[in-house]
Design a binder for this molecule. Structure first.
Ligand code: ADP
Ligand code: SF4
Length: 690
């Protein structure tokens, strides 16, 4: 199919200094939890974006000198020439299809505790290091010599970037992570010399570095400056009005302005708190202040919204991180007129948790993310099917839907049976909760794809038992029957059922999602610690209940620190009037009250309650799988070669774990048994000589 002419504007080339982007799709720098530890995995991931048609593809932040690093977080490094080969490999993959390769050079300054190098951190002013982990480290204020050294280090890093084959250098001054912002902001620059004070003085350092960049690499490489649109700490910080003043004063300083928002939490807010194009107001009008192109982000997944950004004169290039993770082939799909095939980001921020937990990233929508090299999984193509012909998938939640889709793409005949009256499983239910509507995209994408395939039969209202499965005679059976929330309090505080009086009405998340929502005084006990407890507290208040949220953690929805939304959740619950009780367990539940206990002292306290909601943990719904296991002797007669349980029915986890499980099942069907071998490739550091 040809592309719709209304999207033509997205495919116009854009000049960035001495180089030209082939279109307006700009993959801004984004982390991936792999970095210097998994360079080939990261290179292959960037390579998939190149194949998917992105005009510009950036690395994640690259520490450009050993005197500033952010261990334990794993990004890239360009400390000396030894780091060039792995970056050259990345640049090579980025450029394979005519896209521009960009490197984001970061000097972390006040954001770098230097836990690995043990160097004393350098910053514009002597203040405590500002990290997620509040490391007990302070920075030393740079003197004039340090500033001159830092400029030279930038020049060296730029030269090395050119040697590695990059076309663009991004100087990082956004999200509170890069030294350019630290100089620009009054909050982190309290100098009294010519590098502090007035905006002109605070801008001196960035001006000097960009000018040196033009002189050093500017003939062949584009120089971009990434700034926060607003530091979000009021006038003391680098606020939006000062950002505008700065751009106006330095109109044509870089070859491109890359504008992001506030702290990372502001810029990459989840869909629960931020809509598509949420930065519109902060960025509008800045383009008029400069003749250089402007790129901005906003979890853009809709080509129509993208076109509006261009035609309204707001942006020149469409910056995407998460949308490019969820669908590396987004530009290609727009180009080929396949808009319905775009796998839209749901804004869950699971990708960010890979960085925050220093593991390796996952994506709820794209299970192949960061597995392109490790497992050889292409984001669009599946390998051909093996010897078998057909598969029955039972359960159409995220695991079952993804398995069915990926199996059908391999060429198997697939039947998908779902007990309920709609597809989606937990996603269908959870997307009706406050703020989680976008999560329905997990179902929508797959349901549509399945509807377009000739080799898939889908059945709703079809609860299958072992007898049915044996009767049907499919060769392979994938059991993706999900999980249910426990009603007995067992999770982390209680490893055996807690004491609960029969007279107290007890609800689980499943009850609330089924529309059975209590009112009056409700105690919600959250021993799950991801989003569900906080979301249900919100639902309960909106339904008229007076909610006390009790959690043994020091934070509400603790694990959402990794999805960058914990603070937003806490704020929302406070604003809704939820009584938040941190560091408290639920010792027991009586007929008309509960007994909470302090996790440190064990001291108890009585809280009034007319009902209790237990957000604890889930039990796999694996009865069908167990029944089939006990009937193993009947398999051969029924023509069954394998029965596997996947997703929440195997072990409950986040939705991303379920799509991954479904995809993995489809990939591995009919593949040779690898026995005890590791099921993915890994990169092991070469030993240096003693
Ligand atoms: P996952 O996250 O692992 O995909 P979900 O709980 O989202 O799990 O989805 C499981 C789906 O399986 C639900 O929609 C449920 O209705 C369906 N299901 C459970 N048992 C059966 C069964 N015996 N036959 C058909 N569908 C089933
Ligand atoms: Fe989007 Fe979630 Fe995938 Fe991240 S993990 S790209 S937020 S769908």
């Amino acid at each position: 199919m040809a592309r719709d002419p209304r999207y033509d504007v997205l495919f116009e080339p854009v000049k960035i200094g001495p180089v030209t982007a082939k279109n307006r799709f700009y993959q801004v720098p984004h982390c991936n939890g792999g970095g210097y530890r998994d360079p080939s995995a990261v290179a292959a991931m960037r390579g998939s974006k190149a194949e998917g048609g992105w005009g510009v593809i950036f690395t994640e932040q690259c520490e450009m000198h050993h005197s500033s690093e952010i261990t334990p977080y794993i990004e890239l490094r360009l400390w000396d020439d030894d780091d060039i080969p792995q970056l050259a490999k990345m640049a090579g993959r980025m450029k394979e299809y005519g896209g521009l390769a960009g490197i984001q050079l970061a000097y972390s300054g006040i954001n770098g505790p230097n836990l690995y190098t043990k160097e004393v951190p350098l910053a514009p002013s002597a203040l405590p290091i500002r990290t997620f982990t509040n490391d007990p480290v302070q920075a030393r204020a740079m003197d004039k010599q340090d500033i001159a050294d830092l400029r030279r280090w930038f020049v060296n890093a730029m030269k090395r970037s050119r040697t590695a084959g990059f076309d663009l250098v991004c100087l990082y001054g956004a999200h509170g992570f890069g030294v350019f912002q630290h100089f620009l902001s009054r909050a982190t620059n309290q100098r009294t010399d010519e590098y502090g004070g007035s905006l002109e003085n605070r801008a001196r350092f960035v001006r000097e570095v960009v000018e040196e960049a033009h002189n050093t690499i500017g003939d062949t490489m584009g120089i971009t400056l990434r700034l926060s649109l607003d530091e979000m700490i009021g006038d003391l910080g680098f606020a939006n009005s000062e950002v505008r003043d700065f751009v106006e004063m330095h109109k044509d300083l870089p070859d491109l302005w890359d504008l992001a928002h506030g702290a990372w939490e502001d810029c990459s807010g989840p869909s629960r708190f931020k809509d598509e194009a949420a930065q519109q107001e902060l960025v509008a009008g800045i383009k008029a202040l400069t003749s250089k192109p402007v790129v901005g982000v906003g979890r853009f997944t809709s080509p129509d919204v993208m076109v509006r950004q261009i035609n309204s004169g707001t942006l020149d290039l469409i910056g995407c991180a998460r949308p490019s993770i969820a669908d590396p082939f987004l530009p290609k799909k727009v180009e080929e007129g396949r808009i319905e095939d775009i796998r839209e980001c749901i804004g869950c921020n699971i990708c960010i948790t890979g960085d925050m937990t220093m593991s390796i990233s996952r994506c709820t929508q794209n299970p192949t993310f960061m597995e392109e090299w490790r497992k050889g999984w292409h984001p669009e193509r599946m390998q051909d099917k093996g010897a078998s012909r057909n598969v029955l998938v039972v359960g159409a939640g995220p695991a079952g839907l993804e398995a069915a889709h990926a199996l059908a793409k391999r060429g198997y005949d697939v039947a998908l049976a779902e007990a309920g009256s709609e597809f989606g499983g937990r996603v269908a239910l959870e997307s009706k909760l406050p703020g989680l509507a976008a999560w329905g995209r997990v179902r929508d994408y797959r349901e549509y794809q399945l509807s377009q395939m000739g080799n898939v039969e889908t059945y709703l209202n079809s609860e299958l038992g072992a007898g049915d499965v044996l009767e049907f005679g499919f060769e392979h059976i994938a059991i993706a029957t999900g999980s249910t929330w426990r009603r007995d309090g067992v999770a982390r505080q209680h490893v055996v059922p807690m004491e609960i009086d029969d007279g107290m009405p007890v609800y689980t998340p499943d009850d609330l999602m089924a529309g059975n929502v209590p009112s009056g005084d409700v105690v919600l006990f959250d021993d799950d610690h991801y989003y569900m407890g906080g979301v249900l507290a919100e639902l309960l208040v909106k339904s008229g209940a007076a909610v006390t949220l009790v959690t043994p953690c020091a934070y509400v929805s603790d694990w959402t620190n990794n999805t960058l939304e914990q603070a937003a959740i806490h704020k929302r619950l406070v604003e809704l009037g939820v009584n938040i009780q941190l560091n408290r367990g639920l010792k027991s539940v009586a007929g008309d009250h509960v007994v909470a206990d302090c996790i440190y002292t064990g001291r108890t306290e009585t809280l009034p309650a007319a009902s209790v909601v237990l957000v604890t943990c889930r039990v796999p719904e694996d009865g069908l799988w167990r029944d089939l296991e006990t009937r193993r002797p009947d398999w051969a007669d029924a023509g069954i070669k394998s029965v596997k349980v996947i997703g929440d029915a195997q072990a409950p986890g986040p939705i991303a774990w379920a799509t991954y499980a479904g995809h993995r099942y489809a990939r591995e069907l009919d593949m040779p048994d690898i026995g005890d071998a590791i099921p993915f490739r890994r990169e092991i550091a070469r030993l240096a000589p003693d």
